[in-house]
Design a protein around this ligand. Structure first.
Ligand SMILES: Cc1cc2nc3c(=O)[nH]c(=O)nc-3n(C[C@H](O)[C@H](O)[C@H](O)COP(=O)(O)O)c2cc1C
Length: 358
């Protein structure tokens, strides 16, 4: 059954699935695997220094398949020392528990976004996507001039309109169910967050741009539902976390395999920005003071080492166990096989529905 639209045709895709960029969970191996199937892989470039962005995008381009590269739009920050001291002291007990020196202050808060962006324009991958904020009309135009397609993440209709007005080529509609960080930039991404089922048609109604549905999609029925709601393709993250191509630590893997019902929560305790993951000890302890935590990227940089050491020590207590609400439907199989299974399921779901309708 052919499935065609302007988005699919632009890249010569045969399967309307994008493997979500997942910083800290996947590397370029999964991009190669997914892009080989007729679906689209995405390189999570958010933590990569500019020279590595150039190198990894060049390597992927050599394979001749469509793919995307993703950046987090992170501002340069200069937090006051009182805020930082407070946040550092809050983490001291946890750091000592994991055998780390009591205090830690990183020498910078994040990669230089401007330098990453310039490198990505130069690298000119087939597609780019952004989350956490808008990029300027001029930057979008610079990508398009190099032949690169630009997708912006929106968690509500206002954000979708903002991306459309800035000249983006497509909107990634990221619902409340989604695992990992949420891209909200016009609201705080919590109280008013919209679920994928309501978000996709709402964004569809205000723009003619392709809409990519993301959040809680785990199987073919979910993909079919998203397409029926008006999406041109889906972006899936959590579904790929147990593939052999995933680089997550053992305790994270175990937490995904054994997630209880209703396992995930939205939290800003790890990074200062709302993200969805399986609830654990660190999340529970800091929940009451969650609003006091410094905004991204400060808290993210302050907890980075602790999260890594927790994973290495085999403990999930202080590890950010990012996962979406669909985590209980996660399957363990190679990424390329998963894409094929998902697309077979989608077609079966649609045929079954057609039969039921007589
Ligand atoms: C572990 C993890 C890491 C993520 N990292 C990124 C990222 O680097 N950039 C980004 O735009 N989205 C990131 N996301 C969000 C995904 O792009 C996508 O919105 C989400 O996975 C969709 O929901 P699902 O997990 O229910 O499929 C991440 C998601 C997860 C689960």
């Amino acid at each position: 059954m052919p499935f065609a639209n302007a988005f699919m045709e632009r890249f010569g895709l045969s399967i309307p699935i994008i493997q979500a960029p997942m910083l800290g969970a996947v590397d370029s191996r999964i991009v190669t695997a997914v892009s080989s199937t007729g679906a689209m892989g995405t390189l999570a470039a958010g933590a990569l220094p500019p020279p590595v962005i150039l190198e990894e995008v060049a390597d992927l381009k050599k394979q001749g398949k469509p793919f995307g590269a993703n950046l987090l739009v992170v501002p340069k920050v200069d937090p006051d020392s009182e805020t930082v001291d407070h946040a550092v002291h809050r983490l001291a007990k946890w750091r000592m528990e994991f055998g780390l020196p009591e205090e830690f202050r990183p020498n910078r808060w994040s990669e230089d976004f401007r330098a990453q962006l310039d490198a990505l324009v130069e690298a000119a991958p087939p597609a780019v996507s952004f989350t956490f904020d808008l990029i300027s009309r001029e930057d979008i135009a610079a990508f398009q001039k190099r032949g690169t397609y630009v997708m912006g993440t929106a968690t509500d209709v206002r954000e979708a309109r903002a991306w459309a007005q800035a000249g983006a080529d497509a909107i990634i509609a990221q619902g409340y169910e989604a695992g990992g960080h949420h891209g909200a930039f016009l609201s705080d991404g919590n109280d008013r967050a919209v679920g994928t089922f309501a978000l996709v048609p709402a964004i569809r109604a205000v723009t003619d741009l392709p809409v990519i549905a993301a959040g809680g999609i785990m199987d073919g029925a979910g993909i079919a539902a998203a397409l029926l709601l008006g999406a041109d393709a889906v972006q899936m993250g959590t579904a790929f976390l147990l593939t052999p191509e995933s680089i997550i630590s053992q305790p994270w893997r175990k937490a995904l395999e054994n997630a209880p019902d209703d396992a995930t929560r939205l939290t800003r305790v790890y990074s200062g920005r709302y993200a969805r993951g399986i609830e654990n000890k660190f999340m529970r302890e800091f929940r009451p003071t969650e609003k006091d935590i410094p905004a991204y990227p400060v808290q993210n940089a302050l907890t980075g080492e602790l999260r890594r050491i927790s994973g290495q020590a085999g403990s999930s207590d202080a590890l950010s166990l990012w996962a979406g609400q669909g985590v209980n439907a996660i399957r363990e199989m190679p990424a390329a096989d998963l894409v094929r299974v998902l697309w077979d399921e989608t077609r079966e779901a649609l045929v079954l529905m057609h039969k039921r309708m007589g």
